[in-house]
Design a protein around this ligand. Structure first.
Ligand code: NI
Length: 165
Protein backbone atom coordinates (compact mmCIF):
# COMPACT_ATOMS: atom_id res chain seq x y z
CA UNK A 1 0.00 0.00 0.00
CA UNK A 2 1.30 3.41 -0.93
CA UNK A 3 1.53 5.77 2.03
CA UNK A 4 1.03 9.50 2.20
CA UNK A 5 4.21 11.59 2.41
CA UNK A 6 4.36 14.00 5.33
CA UNK A 7 5.70 17.40 4.29
CA UNK A 8 7.66 20.17 5.95
CA UNK A 9 7.08 21.67 8.55
CA UNK A 10 5.28 18.66 10.12
CA UNK A 11 6.29 17.96 13.70
CA UNK A 12 7.21 14.31 13.06
CA UNK A 13 9.92 15.53 10.66
CA UNK A 14 11.46 17.73 13.34
CA UNK A 15 11.81 15.19 16.16
CA UNK A 16 14.58 12.65 16.77
CA UNK A 17 13.21 9.15 16.09
CA UNK A 18 13.34 6.27 18.55
CA UNK A 19 15.16 3.01 17.82
CA UNK A 20 13.23 -0.02 16.60
CA UNK A 21 13.25 -2.50 19.51
CA UNK A 22 11.75 -5.48 17.74
CA UNK A 23 10.97 -6.38 14.13
CA UNK A 24 7.25 -7.06 14.49
CA UNK A 25 4.81 -7.98 11.68
CA UNK A 26 3.72 -4.30 11.79
CA UNK A 27 7.29 -3.16 11.14
CA UNK A 28 7.59 -5.66 8.26
CA UNK A 29 4.37 -4.30 6.78
CA UNK A 30 5.59 -0.74 7.19
CA UNK A 31 8.84 -1.64 5.38
CA UNK A 32 6.88 -3.11 2.47
CA UNK A 33 4.71 0.00 2.25
CA UNK A 34 7.69 2.33 2.48
CA UNK A 35 9.45 0.56 -0.40
CA UNK A 36 6.30 0.82 -2.51
CA UNK A 37 5.88 4.50 -1.60
CA UNK A 38 9.52 5.30 -2.35
CA UNK A 39 9.29 3.77 -5.84
CA UNK A 40 5.85 5.17 -6.64
CA UNK A 41 6.93 8.68 -5.71
CA UNK A 42 10.11 8.35 -7.77
CA UNK A 43 12.42 8.55 -4.76
CA UNK A 44 15.84 7.01 -4.11
CA UNK A 45 15.37 6.98 -0.34
CA UNK A 46 12.70 7.25 2.32
CA UNK A 47 12.79 7.56 6.12
CA UNK A 48 9.99 6.36 8.42
CA UNK A 49 9.16 9.86 9.77
CA UNK A 50 8.33 10.88 6.18
CA UNK A 51 5.34 8.56 6.38
CA UNK A 52 4.46 9.60 9.93
CA UNK A 53 6.39 7.04 12.01
CA UNK A 54 8.95 8.37 14.47
CA UNK A 55 11.19 5.29 14.34
CA UNK A 56 14.70 4.66 13.04
CA UNK A 57 14.07 2.92 9.75
CA UNK A 58 15.07 3.84 6.19
CA UNK A 59 14.70 2.38 2.71
CA UNK A 60 17.18 3.24 -0.04
CA UNK A 61 17.66 2.35 -3.71
CA UNK A 62 20.22 4.46 -5.51
CA UNK A 63 19.19 2.95 -8.88
CA UNK A 64 15.70 4.44 -8.58
CA UNK A 65 12.23 3.16 -9.47
CA UNK A 66 12.98 2.29 -13.10
CA UNK A 67 15.81 -0.12 -12.26
CA UNK A 68 15.15 -1.23 -8.65
CA UNK A 69 18.49 -3.04 -8.52
CA UNK A 70 19.93 -1.99 -5.18
CA UNK A 71 17.20 -1.96 -2.54
CA UNK A 72 18.44 -1.66 1.01
CA UNK A 73 16.31 -1.60 4.14
CA UNK A 74 18.20 -0.45 7.21
CA UNK A 75 16.82 -0.54 10.72
CA UNK A 76 18.55 1.60 13.36
CA UNK A 77 21.17 2.85 10.88
CA UNK A 78 24.21 4.57 12.28
CA UNK A 79 27.08 6.35 10.59
CA UNK A 80 30.19 4.94 12.25
CA UNK A 81 32.83 6.40 9.92
CA UNK A 82 33.04 9.32 7.51
CA UNK A 83 35.69 10.49 5.12
CA UNK A 84 36.16 13.39 2.70
CA UNK A 85 33.76 16.12 1.70
CA UNK A 86 31.61 16.68 -1.39
CA UNK A 87 29.05 19.19 -2.61
CA UNK A 88 25.65 17.67 -3.06
CA UNK A 89 22.55 19.09 -4.76
CA UNK A 90 19.56 17.66 -2.91
CA UNK A 91 15.80 17.52 -3.00
CA UNK A 92 13.37 15.70 -0.71
CA UNK A 93 9.88 14.21 -1.12
CA UNK A 94 8.94 15.95 2.15
CA UNK A 95 10.09 19.37 0.90
CA UNK A 96 8.33 19.83 -2.45
CA UNK A 97 9.68 22.65 -4.59
CA UNK A 98 12.90 22.93 -2.58
CA UNK A 99 16.46 22.24 -3.67
CA UNK A 100 19.69 23.06 -1.93
CA UNK A 101 23.41 22.51 -2.26
CA UNK A 102 24.90 20.95 0.88
CA UNK A 103 28.25 19.68 2.09
CA UNK A 104 28.26 15.95 2.74
CA UNK A 105 30.88 13.39 3.61
CA UNK A 106 32.25 11.69 0.52
CA UNK A 107 32.30 8.23 2.01
CA UNK A 108 30.45 6.77 4.98
CA UNK A 109 30.29 3.45 6.74
CA UNK A 110 26.79 2.69 8.01
CA UNK A 111 25.85 -0.13 10.35
CA UNK A 112 22.39 -1.37 11.33
CA UNK A 113 20.03 -4.28 10.80
CA UNK A 114 18.31 -5.52 7.67
CA UNK A 115 14.60 -6.38 7.50
CA UNK A 116 15.31 -9.84 8.96
CA UNK A 117 17.32 -8.49 11.87
CA UNK A 118 20.74 -9.43 10.47
CA UNK A 119 23.66 -7.07 11.06
CA UNK A 120 24.60 -5.03 8.03
CA UNK A 121 27.64 -2.87 7.38
CA UNK A 122 27.65 -0.73 4.26
CA UNK A 123 30.70 1.09 2.91
CA UNK A 124 29.13 3.69 0.69
CA UNK A 125 30.43 6.32 -1.68
CA UNK A 126 29.01 8.53 -4.44
CA UNK A 127 25.21 8.72 -4.58
CA UNK A 128 24.60 5.97 -2.01
CA UNK A 129 26.71 7.81 0.59
CA UNK A 130 24.70 11.00 0.02
CA UNK A 131 21.33 9.24 0.23
CA UNK A 132 22.29 7.47 3.46
CA UNK A 133 23.34 10.76 5.08
CA UNK A 134 20.13 12.45 3.88
CA UNK A 135 17.87 9.69 5.23
CA UNK A 136 19.72 9.35 8.54
CA UNK A 137 19.36 13.14 8.96
CA UNK A 138 15.59 12.58 8.82
CA UNK A 139 15.88 10.15 11.75
CA UNK A 140 17.60 12.90 13.72
CA UNK A 141 14.78 15.33 12.96
CA UNK A 142 16.64 17.23 10.24
CA UNK A 143 15.40 18.00 6.75
CA UNK A 144 17.33 19.71 3.96
CA UNK A 145 15.34 22.86 4.76
CA UNK A 146 16.82 22.87 8.29
CA UNK A 147 20.26 22.42 6.78
CA UNK A 148 19.88 25.31 4.35
CA UNK A 149 20.94 28.86 5.15
CA UNK A 150 18.58 31.11 7.08
CA UNK A 151 17.49 33.18 4.08
CA UNK A 152 16.74 30.20 1.87
CA UNK A 153 14.85 28.58 4.72
CA UNK A 154 12.69 31.61 5.49
CA UNK A 155 11.84 32.05 1.81
CA UNK A 156 10.69 28.44 1.63
CA UNK A 157 8.69 28.79 4.83
CA UNK A 158 6.84 31.75 3.32
CA UNK A 159 6.13 29.73 0.18
CA UNK A 160 4.80 26.79 2.21
CA UNK A 161 2.53 29.08 4.24
CA UNK A 162 1.05 30.47 1.04
CA UNK A 163 0.31 26.93 -0.24
CA UNK A 164 -1.54 26.10 2.96
CA UNK A 165 -3.90 29.05 2.64
NI1 NI B 1 14.28 13.56 2.45
Amino acid sequence: MKLEIVTYPAEVLAEPCRPVEEITPEIKQLIENMVETMYEDDGVGLAAPQVGHGIRLITVDRTGPSERKDLRVIINPEIVEREGEVDSQEACLSCPGFQVKLKRSERVRVTGLDADGNDVCIDADELLAIILQHEIDHLDGKTIVDRAGRLKRSMYEKKVKKWKK
